[in-house]
Structures are given as C-alpha cells and as structure tokens.
Design a protein around this ligand. Structure first.
Ligand SMILES: *Cc1c(COP(=O)(O)O)cnc(C)c1O
Length: 393
C-alpha cells in the first residue's frame, strides 16, 4: 500500500499530530470538492429535481453497499441514515420483537453509554418488563443463557480498545437461541470485520470512515432476516411505496425498510467522497499497519512514561487505539493538544490515542511519544488552564 499517497488525500493542519481519527476522522480533500459540487450544482441548480436527477434518493442504499464491502456484508444488506443511537434503537426494537418469549438484553460495561441508554428508553416504552443485564466484558459468554433475547455489544471497547471475539460470541449467542446486535463504531474502517452470521450490525461513518461531523450511521440486517424484520421506526422512506402516500405503513423491500426519513444529502456527499479513498485500501494490510503503529506507541510509552498505565488487560486483543490511565489524564491530554498532539480523554481517567494508517505513520508516532514524554517528565500538564474542563472531552 502507498501510505504516503493515501495520507495526501486528507487535509491535515500543519503542526498537528492527529491521533483522534477514531473519534472524528479528518477532512478528505475529495469531500470538499464533492460537497461543493452537491451544494452548487445539485442543490443550487437542480433544486428539488436533485432527488431524481442527482440520484439523492438512492444514496442511502448505494453508499450502504460500499460500506458493506468494508464489513464483509453482502450487497443489499446495509443502508445509511440517522445517527448511530437511532440505529441501535431500531435494531434492538426489531430484535426484541423477533423474540417475544424472552426478556433479557445482555450487554457489557464496555459498551458505549448511548447504546445502553437507548436500550433503557426502549424497555420503558415497551413496558413489557425487559431487563438490561450489564456484565463485565470477559463475563459475557458465560452470561448467555436461555433468558437472553438479545446480545448487544460493541466489538471494540471505546475506552480500553479491547476487542471482542465477534465470531465466538455470535456463535455462543446463537447456540443459546439469542439474537446478536454488534456495534461496529470502532471497527468499520479500523480492521477487517467478519460478521460471522450476526443478525444485526450498526456503526457510524464519522470515526474511521472519515465522513465528517454528524455524518449518518449505517445498519446491517442479515439477508435472510430482512423480510421478517418489522421496523419500529416506520417512517415514510422505509415504506414500500413512499410516493403512493398511503395512509398506512407497509414495510419496504429488504434493507430499505430500515430507512426512516429524508436522507442528509450534504453529509452523504461527504461520505461518498470519503468512501472513494477506501476503494484502493486493503483492510488486512491496514489492520497490520495499525497494530504495528499502536504497538510502537504502546511500547514507547511503557519504556519512557512509567506513570501511564495501559488500560488494555494483558492478553486482550487491541482495536485501533491505545488507551492509558492516569488520574490527571484530562490535564495531560489538554497539555498534549496545546503542543499539537490531538488525542482525547474519556472519564474517569483514560487518555485515548487512535492509530489510523490512512494518515498516521511512524513519524507521527515518534513525534507524539517525544512530546508525551516531555510533558510527563516536566509535569507540564499541571497548569490551571489544562485542568479546566471543556464541554467535549
Ligand atoms: C461513537 C459511538 C456512538 C455515537 O452515537 P451517535 O448517535 O452517532 O452520537 C454510539 N455507540 C458507540 C459504540 C460509539 O462508539
């Protein structure tokens, strides 16, 4: 892979080492041009004709197929729209309905809070006494029993970077008659994904896929389940004939039924350009390089910053990030940002650094290590301005 050429496809500000592509990917050069064209030529000139003439209405399924290639999903099984929180709700609502006799949703303490919050909200709305059971990540497999309707997990823990064995857990869930929902927020565009028979999967496009702030999410439904799935969010664009304007809902064909309302066309334009970059990427080679870069960083920290403790348990498989613990983690991250090394902080004590080979190489890893070592050695983080909490950490 020509990593330098890939890096050149992004706009990266001078003097910044960007280790936060796991939270918000950088701006692809092509996205600027693509969004400008959609704004000026399509919205500006075609006006409402853009829905037909520019094909806007088909983008959610067309771009879904392009994401499908990155997560090992068959064409026609992924559709794009809404935010990830909404897609989690949709998948869970459909899954629970497919399993009316069981009441437990099993998840783990490494799941991202919004996934758990959406489950809580859905449970309350359903009012059927469902139970959200949250166990430690390494206790999930043992907790799958005959009461579990749905196993709902995020493959890579947003805090520690620990990666679940998706195939093994999916197999265990299916053996117990449970349905699986995998959140691929930190997987899609980070490593190869083997859906391994998973029933539902969801993920977002603004992290490793680089489609920009607020870019829409995606949802996958296994092809043989699609006609069985009843969409809880039965919006008009998931109807079989939206422009028949029927008074009652009939689900659309296949994955189309997981659409809800009007697609975010400008964000989809950015997503399309971001996905162009992936056409030339071998995800296996990307994963190998990501592990080499994150390993280089983790080893450097272990050798040079003894106060920073790895958040990943020994022996666990690492996703595409390195997470470190320190009681003053927030201030340390602020001091790093002030020197151009952008990572982020996750409460209560985690410093998080993403390794995204599309635009990060050895030079950035070594540069970040040198600055981190200096900040730790001189306690440069211990200044009032670095302790003041901002709204987004
Ligand atoms: C980033 C992330 C989200 C964010 O959800 P939005 O609705 O897009 O804000 C949800 N779940 C997981 C696991 C995430 O990593």
């Amino acid at each position: 892979m020509d990593w330098a050429a890939l890096r050149d496809r992004f706009i990266l500000p001078e003097g910044v080492i960007y280790l936060d592509g796991n939270s918000l990917g950088p701006l692809p050069r092509g996205a600027m041009e693509r969004v400008r064209r959609t704004v000026e030529d399509e919205w500006g000139q075609k006006l409402i004709r853009g829905w037909n003439e520019a094909g806007w209405m088909d983008w959610p399924a067309r771009l879904g197929d392009r994401i499908g290639r990155l997560i090992g999903a068959a064409p026609g099984s992924v559709v794009v729209g809404d935010t990830l929180s909404i897609k989690v709700y949709q998948a869970l609502a459909s899954a629970l309905e497919m399993h009316p006799g069981r009441r437990v949703i099993l998840s783990d303490t490494g799941n991202f809070p919004t996934d758990l919050y959406m489950a809580e909200g859905l449970i309350a709305s359903l009012g059927k006494g469902h139970d959200l059971r949250i166990v430690a990540p390494d206790a999930v497999e043992a907790a799958i029993d005959d009461d579990v309707a749905v196993v709902m997990l995020t493959q890579v823990d947003y805090r520690s970077g620990r990666m679940h064995d998706m195939a093994a857990l999916t197999k265990a869930a299916h053996a117990a008659g449970a349905i699986t929902i995998w959140d691929l927020a930190h997987s899609a565009g980070a490593h190869e994904v083997d859906l391994a028979g998973a029933d539902f999967a969801v993920g977002c496009t603004y992290k490793y896929l680089n489609a920009g702030p607020g870019a829409p999410a995606f949802i996958y439904v296994r092809p043989d389940l699609q006609e069985e799935v009843r969409p809880a969010l039965s919006g008009w664009l998931g109807h079989s004939e939206p422009f028949a304007f029927d008074l009652s809902y009939r689900p659309g064909r296949g994955i189309e039924r997981m659409r809800v309302g009007t697609p975010p066309v400008l964000q989809l334009a950015a997503l399309e350009a971001a996905l162009d970059i992936w056409d030339g990427v071998d995800v296996g080679a990307l994963r190998a390089r990501s592990l080499a870069l994150s390993g280089r960083f983790a080893d450097g920290v272990a050798a040079r910053c003894p106060d920073l403790v790895p958040a990943l348990e020994t022996g666990a498989v690492r996703g595409s990030q390195v997470s470190l613990r320190h009681p003053e983690g927030y201030a340390i991250v602020q001091a790093l940002i002030a020197r151009g090394v952008i990572g982020d902080f996750r409460a209560p004590d985690i410093l998080r650094f993403g390794f995204t080979p599309l635009f990060i190489g050895e030079a950035e890893v070594d540069g970040a290590l040198a600055i981190l070592e200096a900040i730790m050695a001189t306690r440069a983080w211990d200044r009032p301005e670095f302790h003041a909490k901002k709204a987004v950490t």
